[in-house]
Design a protein around this ligand. Structure first.
Ligand code: MN
Ligand code: MN
Length: 316
């Protein structure tokens, strides 16, 4: 790994990057370069997951540069704006811009900055829109990467986070990339299905976000699969791993949300002293071994996190 150069501006997504964090960074860095700013580079805050690796190969996009610490860097953040999800020492970076579709988090800046947060299905939707607004043609590989990111974050336009702008951008990007939405979506979800072969620890780590709700430390790991049933045989090992992590990480609650894309709902398991609060959120008791199935719950950011925040604010 080469050392980051202080003269450059890095566009970077969250830790344990997903396809939106990777492709929004690539897309936005390329847009800025096309607009005449050669100092902007795409970066990533962790290893590529199998889905993102597949996307970069499919569209011939280069792997963004790996950053491990933000200290002293000039950064444009995409797909996150919370300290717990950002690179180490994010407070010691200069944040120049934020492009986001999550809740407003806890990052502070010394100066006024461009902060674009909009409740769309993917950051990539906002980046694609910027190409259109700035009248910069979208190269086919970038269009493919941005499309893959939208389909990944929205579970192929099926998640309750999906909005009209996601659908419009996806249609335009599909035409530019020469890719079919259904065909690419199915291939993406298949690349993701490989998580069934991961260990419980790798599975939880693949997309685990940390939050603080009314002073309680909460982790929520999400896995999205075409068929969540592939993990049912492994539920004991998953619960054991959740409990071990809750203790070692001193969390009040650690939730595993396994979203079943076909059945349009999620299986939940939970560990930690605040476990019963998840039951309040979902309106059902969480069985220690079997967890629970919740119809219609598919989005961590739009459904689960706001509901958890509301419950913790009254019980904590
Ligand atoms: Mn993301
Ligand atoms: Mn996203």
């Amino acid at each position: 790994m080469t050392a980051p150069e202080p003269g450059l501006v890095y566009v970077v997504g969250h830790r344990r990057p997903d396809t939106d964090s990777i492709c929004a960074a690539i897309g936005y860095a390329a847009l800025r370069q096309a607009l005449g700013d050669p100092h902007v580079r795409a970066a990533r805050a962790g290893e590529l997951n199998p889905e993102s690796r597949w996307v970069l190969e499919r569209f011939g996009l280069p792997e963004p540069e790996l950053l491990t610490c933000a200290r002293g860097l000039r950064l444009i953040l995409v797909d996150h704006n919370e300290v717990a999800q950002a690179l180490d020492d994010i407070e010691q970076a200069e944040i120049l811009e934020v492009w986001e579709h999550h809740r407003i988090g806890d990052l502070h800046t010394a100066r006024p900055i461009l902060f674009h947060c909009e409740p769309v299905g993917a950051t990539a939707t906002l980046i694609a829109e910027q190409y259109l607004l700035q009248e910069v043609p979208i190269p086919a590989p970038i269009a493919g990467g941005l499309l893959a990111a939208i389909l990944s974050d929205t579970l192929v336009l099926a998640s309750p986070t999906t909005c009209g702008k996601d659908r419009r951008m996806a249609a335009r990007l599909a035409a530019l990339a020469g890719a079919g939405i259904e065909e690419l979506g199915a291939a993406l979800m298949a690349a993701r299905g490989a998580v069934a072969s991961l260990t419980p620890a790798e599975l939880i780590d693949s997309d685990c976000k940390h939050f603080e709700f009314s002073g309680r430390r909460v982790g929520v790991a999400q896995v999205e699969l075409p068929d969540a049933g592939v993990l049912m045989d492994r539920r004991e090992a998953l619960v054991t791993e959740l409990e071990a992590r809750c203790q070692s990480g001193q969390l009040d609650l650690l939730v595993l949300m396994v979203t079943d894309i076909r059945r349009r709902g999620s299986h939940f398991w939970a560990a930690g002293p605040a476990r019963e609060h998840l039951g309040r959120v979902l309106g059902q008791e969480v069985h220690p071994a079997n967890g629970l199935w919740a119809e219609g719950w598919m989005s961590r950011k739009k459904q689960l996190v706001p509901a958890m925040e509301a419950v913790f604010s009254v019980v904590a």
